[in-house]
Design a protein. Structure first.
Length: 255
């Protein structure tokens, strides 16, 4: 496998520290899933769709598992290589361009990265941790803005991906859901076209309720009556007072 990868020209690493880092994500934060663990044999760093195709072809020839990885902010085990194999670190695929209505991007582009002007309709609560657009599309489903715009796949006009047979496939309309929230099992996304959010003067408001029942009733009413709300979060008043100084809690609440 190593000899074949060398011939492709795609950059990869077998360094134990690199492999260990790329073989983990935030699943350890879940008491139910923290037992999950695994380690890849190597990490590949594609720079283009062509590179992804080359790695998939080698994996097919050698019957090796493949796991695509964005920023590793997944917390349901989607990035953990349970059976070893190759991790595809998609962080090097960062080309993007846009027009008035849509943002066309490779999967390694990060939400609100330096110099970014993309006004996402939906973005993950962990966006400050460097979540990539491809990682969120393949591993996520909702996020900030989902109250108004629904799931992340409804914001995608088209998707290009390399399917499990190593073929490049273009998806449009409802077919984009084939690639969404699939953790790379249906194909490895190489390009996404996302609709932009219109610029608006959204005003943050805090409401206090006497009980959780009252808060839930308001939330349901807001949804049923389609209140003009971009995002809604229910926050417990019992959140630990020093939570801001604890990185694992900050990540858990998306700050």
């Amino acid at each position: 496998m190593l000899k074949k990868l060398m011939k492709t020209g795609v950059s990869f690493s077998t360094d134990p520290e690199v492999v260990a880092e790329k073989s983990s994500d935030l699943t350890r934060m879940s008491p139910e899933l923290s037992h999950l663990s695994g380690k890849a044999d190597l990490v590949a760093f594609p720079k283009s769709e062509e590179d992804v195709v080359k790695v998939v072809e080698v994996a097919l020839e050698e019957h090796v598992p493949l796991v695509p990885r964005g920023a590793g902010r997944n917390n349901i085990g989607g990035v953990i290589p349970m059976k070893g194999g190759i991790i595809l670190d998609m962080g090097g695929m960062t080309y993007h361009h846009e027009d008035e209505k849509r943002f066309m991007t490779q999967p390694g582009v990060k939400y609100f990265d330096e110099g970014m002007t993309f006004n996402a309709r939906i973005y993950p609560s962990t966006f400050r941790d460097g979540v990539t657009i491809g990682g969120n599309f393949e591993g996520g489903c909702g996020g900030i803005g989902a109250f108004r715009y629904n799931r992340v796949w409804w914001q995608a006009e088209s998707v290009r991906m390399v399917n499990p047979k190593g073929k490049v496939v273009s998806l449009t309309a409802d077919d984009v859901k084939v690639a969404a929230h699939a953790e790379g099992t249906t194909g490895i996304v190489t390009e996404i076209s996302l609709l932009k959010k219109e610029w608006a003067n959204d005003v943050p408001v805090t409401l206090k309720f006497e009980s959780i029942d009252d808060a839930v009733k308001f939330s349901l009413d807001a949804y049923d009556e389609y209140y003009p709300i971009y995002h809604m979060t229910l926050r417990s008043p019992r959140l630990p007072p020093r939570w801001r100084e604890r990185p694992e809690l900050r990540r858990a609440v998306g700050l």
